[in-house]
Design a protein around this ligand. Structure first.
Ligand code: ZN
Ligand code: ZN
Length: 343
């Protein structure tokens, strides 16, 4: 049986479904029969060429991939055929540079990105670097866990980089695919989550998931957050992509607070205004956070496997990949869409 892949053949065009030869794993790689692949905003940015540099096409998007090992490349001896595994955005790193050696493989200049620089999981089959594949327990729910591979690890690492301590108020700005998971990690890590979003149904979801307060992102949002937290957030995670959300988040933090930038608007939305005095005089910080290392991924998955974090998922068949991207573009998705390959 051949392989089917949904391919970005040209930017800003619908994905093209192609029948391909089943790819062969090279040395140090594994061939995976894909079971499920979450649909992330980054897939849309890849398809639209919003980021600099855009992906080299043709490329298969998708970086929240789960499936089973089908074949081992030479030199792979820590995985077995039939093992359930996950594949994330972090598709490779050199392992030798200063960034890699200091535990920051997320910024390795030779890093490889699944679904952006190497083919991803919008396909029935996927070849991945074995060292970057996350082993999953036998019988794991491969649909429910798929979004942990990006939405989960990305928000988990961002929370770690926020440097908050148990009992601190942590704002989650934007309750989409990432934000609704971030709220659960925040709670599980002992923080008091405060959700900010424009959509009433997303604020309701945030409260159901354990947020202590849910604030409408209107003109009085900063004042409301100050009120709810007795003086501001200790840390804020911006998973929204509107530039105004980043500016508002900075104003929501208390002196000494940290704002972690996670969402990626791309294009013209990539610049914001910041008060220098509000950072310098009040020792506020801005940090960036980019997906996560393999260690972050294993930890983030651990929370999900222990039942502390559940991604709200809605499945769509792989054949509906273009419809899924369109729904994401329209902003009509609550939680995460997951494409299922095995019917
Ligand atoms: Zn993603
Ligand atoms: Zn490196």
């Amino acid at each position: 049986m051949p392989s089917t892949a949904a391919v970005i053949k040209a930017l800003k065009q619908p994905l093209a479904f192609e029948c391909r030869e089943i790819p062969e794993p090279g040395p140090g790689e594994v061939l995976i029969r894909v079971a499920a692949c979450g649909v992330c905003h980054s897939d849309l940015h890849a398809a639209d060429g919003d980021w600099d540099p855009p992906p080299n096409v043709p490329i298969v998007p998708g970086h929240e991939v789960t499936g089973h090992v089908l074949r081992l490349g030479t030199g792979v001896n820590h995985l077995s055929v039939g093992d359930p595994v996950g594949v994330a955005w972090m598709g490779g790193a050199c392992g030798r540079c200063a960034a890699c050696l200091s535990g920051m493989e997320t910024i390795c200049p030779s890093g490889e990105a699944t679904g952006y620089t190497r083919d991803g999981g919008y396909a029935t089959h996927l070849v991945a670097r074995a060292d970057f594949v996350l082993p999953l327990p036998k019988g794991a729910d491969l649909v429910a866990l798929a979004p942990i591979l990006c939405a989960g690890v990305t928000t988990y690492r961002a929370l770690k980089r926020a440097g908050a301590k148990a009992g601190d108020f942590v704002g989650v700005i934007g309750v989409g695919g990432l934000g609704h998971v971030a709220i659960q990690y925040a709670k599980a890590m002992g923080y008091r989550a405060v959700a900010v979003d424009l959509a009433p149904e997303k604020l309701e979801l945030a409260l159901r998931l354990g947020a202590e307060a849910a604030v409408h992102a209107g003109p009085d949002a900063v004042a409301r957050v100050m009120d709810e937290t007795g003086g501001g957030l200790h840390a804020a995670l911006v998973t929204a992509t509107a530039p105004a959300a980043f500016e508002q988040a900075l104003d929501m933090t208390r002196p000494g607070g940290t704002t972690v930038f996670v969402g990626l608007p791309g294009g013209a939305g990539d610049r914001i205004g910041v008060s220098i005095a509000s950072l310098a005089n009040w020792e506020r910080s801005i940090r960036g956070s980019n997906v996560g290392t393999r260690a972050d991924l294993a930890e983030a998955m651990g929370f999900a496997l222990r039942g502390l974090v559940h991604c709200t998922t809605e499945t769509m068949p792989f054949s509906a990949a273009n419809e899924a991207l369109e729904r994401l573009r329209q902003g009509t998705v609550t939680g995460r869409l997951v494409l299922t390959m095995e019917e």
